[in-house]
Design a protein around this ligand. Structure first.
Ligand SMILES: [Fe+2]
Length: 303
């Protein structure tokens, strides 16, 4: 199959109606199982799959062979939203030209309605730390991030959504709470928000605030996507660690319901990065998230 045939029928970037409902983050762990299911004629097996997938370009860029070919087969059947891991929006190194050029080609190839990455920095002096490190919560840092988001939007040629992260320490001089920092970036960059309700919950527990009050201060018109995930309570550290390695707990599902009641239909993604279960088990977990999402829509006062 040629690459032009592979992309036939896919939406062009930004032009398609964005997906709504509950999708899942695509992971290599269940790629074989998913491809088998796509080839099967069992309608029930296909119906259990999510309506769309979230894909991290860094897991597919700069490599050839089975993994990127498998993604092509998934994208032939499902809408794909891209979610980056290492743009380092809050970093001080200039963007890597080769990375940005390849990312631009990737997001357009798969017709993503926007590209998201984290409101954090993840490297310095050309070194990528593979971690999502918090920025100082002050006006200078927010303006710096906003300038970088605008540059990314220009270089990718599509809207950017920034994601609120979970963090365990606060860095540098701080002159505003996290939610004001996020809102300042959104306003100054005029960009979208990927609202991770699990990250809000984790930070609320670790830093002591009300997660609903945090979300209530967000302009819901900026929210284009929502994340949910599982985490781990470590009593010895008196901290919740955002492992993405467990089922989503009920308080986070309740927070999703509360958020959807205010937002309405949106693209929700279930993230799972550690202890990834079988596809069937993950799809059962997706159904729980779907029920929380549907409950939010049912509670919506002004649909
Ligand atoms: Fe997330």
């Amino acid at each position: 199959m040629t690459s032009s045939a592979q992309t036939e029928g896919r939406p062009s970037t930004g032009s398609a109606e964005p997906p709504t409902g509950v999708g899942v983050g695509l992971r290599w762990d269940f790629l074989d199982e998913l491809l088998k299911r796509l080839e099967s004629s069992d309608e029930g097996a296909l119906e259990a799959l999510p309506p769309f997938w979230e894909v991290s370009p860094e897991n597919y860029m700069r490599r050839g062979g089975y993994i990127p070919e498998s993604l092509e087969r998934v994208a032939d059947r499902f809408p794909v939203i891209t979610h980056g891991l290492q743009m380092s929006i809050g970093g001080v190194d200039p963007y890597d030209d080769a990375y940005m050029a390849e990312l631009r080609s990737f997001v357009h190839r798969f017709g993503s309605p926007w590209h998201s990455d984290h409101l954090c920095f993840c490297g310095v002096d050309g070194k990528i730390l593979h971690d999502l490190l918090p920025m100082p919560q002050n006006l200078g840092a927010a303006r710096h991030a906003a300038t970088r988001v605008r540059e990314a939007q220009d270089r990718l040629g599509l809207p950017m959504a920034v994601e609120n992260i979970s963090f365990y320490v606060r860095l540098g001089h701080e002159d505003m709470p996290e939610v004001d920092f996020v809102n300042t970036v959104l306003d100054e960059a005029d960009c979208k928000l990927l609202l991770d309700v699990n990250n809000v919950y984790v930070n609320a527990q670790n830093h002591g605030f009300d997660p609903r009050a945090w979300i209530a201060q967000i302009d819901m018109d900026r929210v284009v996507q929502v994340h949910v995930a599982g985490h781990e309570w470590r009593p010895e550290d008196e901290l919740i660690i955002d492992t993405h390695g467990a089922d989503v707990i009920d308080p986070v599902l309740d927070l999703l319901t509360w958020t959807i009641a205010r937002k309405g239909p949106v693209a929700v993604i279930l993230e799972r990065d550690n202890d990834v279960p079988s596809l069937d088990t993950l799809m059962a977990e997706r159904q729980k998230v779907q029920a929380a999402y549907d409950a939010g829509l049912a509670q919506r006062e002004d649909p």
